[in-house]
Ligand binder design. Structure first.
Ligand SMILES: [Zn+2]
Length: 326
């Protein structure tokens, strides 16, 4: 991958705690689509009317439900009367009832990170599934579906979660351990500044039974760790795995084999000032490909900082980037 310097404003949440926050959300005992919903809602990428206006899809961001305010994630999931009625019926919020949350992330951050004494993890799971049901019914209503009563919505959501958890317990005996097939993968990482000068390069051999997307995800992880070692804060991280980039850009849900790793990559990316993920076609990755191939012949890891590995010099005169090879 290439890590290119760039400047932009970072996240307001403390990066050192974000990992714990995302792990807590990701460890919820609930269906994958519900956790994915929570992730999207926290990152404020749900198509709320506010976001659709920002994307110039709609011109009016007024909440359909109460018509009293802009439909932001904070309004939809917290301050709108519909949300208030549902939360009040659920008795999930007790002492936190007086809080004002500006966004879904604020709300979840509060219950997971601030009010832990009050919030069992199972209550966080309930909160998320109810928020998901609220969002789903809101979408049904926008498509001329039926608006559920608060009671029906709440009950339906909690029963759905119960049914899922009961089913997980039943199937819960550990999977047969799978004998890992021994495979090697090489990972190549290049870091260049905005002018294209090489800042650092790294080759690493991975001894793991990795599929293509797992190896790419590991390459991204190494890239992030390498950038952290070099104290680079703003960069574009490129990969030639379109599937992985789509997942990192939140355009598609992660395949379950890499979901946990992807969520931790996203958490890690929040600890930098700004990371953009972008896709680069196979032609763009020759130097990184050479680094990855080099990795297969080394003991474990080679790193170059402010020097160019000789086998790369020619390739670097062309353009860019990263990959794994096996
Ligand atoms: Zn409203």
């Amino acid at each position: 991958m290439e890590l290119r310097s760039d400047t932009r404003v970072g996240s307001e949440y403390d990066g050192s705690h974000l990992g714990r926050f995302w792990r807590s959300i990701w460890s919820c005992n609930s269906p994958h689509k519900i956790r994915h919903f929570a992730w999207r809602a926290c990152r404020d990428v749900l198509p709320t009317k506010e976001n659709l206006v920002k994307r110039k899809v709609l011109s009016d961001s007024c909440c359909d439900e109460c018509k009293l305010a802009e439909e932001t994630s904070g309004h939809l999931f917290w301050s709108c009367q519909r949300a208030r009625d549902i939360w009040s019926l659920s008795s999930l919020f007790q002492e936190s009832w007086v809080q004002l949350f500006g966004s879904f992330m604020d709300m979840l951050w509060y219950v997971v990170m601030v009010a832990q004494w009050e919030w069992e993890h199972s209550d966080v799971e309930k909160l998320i599934v109810v928020a998901w049901a609220l969002w789903s019914n809101r979408n049904e209503c926008r498509n001329r579906g039926v608006k559920k009563s608060c009671q029906a919505l709440l009950q339906g959501a909690l029963e759905y979660l119960d049914a899922y958890q009961a089913c997980v317990v039943e199937l819960g005996n550990p999977k047969q351990p799978v004998e890992p097939e021994h495979r090697l993968a090489g990972v190549g990482i290049l870091i260049r500044d905005a002018e294209g000068h090489l800042i650092g390069a790294c080759s690493k051999k991975l001894e793991a039974p990795l599929g293509a997307i797992e190896a790419e995800a590991k390459a991204v992880e190494l890239g992030l760790l390498f950038a952290r070692d070099l104290s680079i804060q703003d960069f574009t991280l490129e990969s030639d795995s379109l599937m992985l980039i789509n997942v990192l850009q939140d355009l598609s849900p992660p395949p379950s084999s890499v979901a946990a790793l992807v969520y931790s990559l996203v958490a890690m990316s929040h600890s930098f000032r700004c990371v953009d993920f972008s896709y680069v076609g196979c032609n763009g990755n020759r130097p990184a490909h050479l680094l990855a191939r080099h990795a297969l012949g080394i003991a474990e890891l080679s790193v170059w900082v402010e020097e160019t590995p000789c086998f790369l010099e020619q390739a670097l005169k062309q353009d860019v980037v990263a990959t794994f090879i096996d």
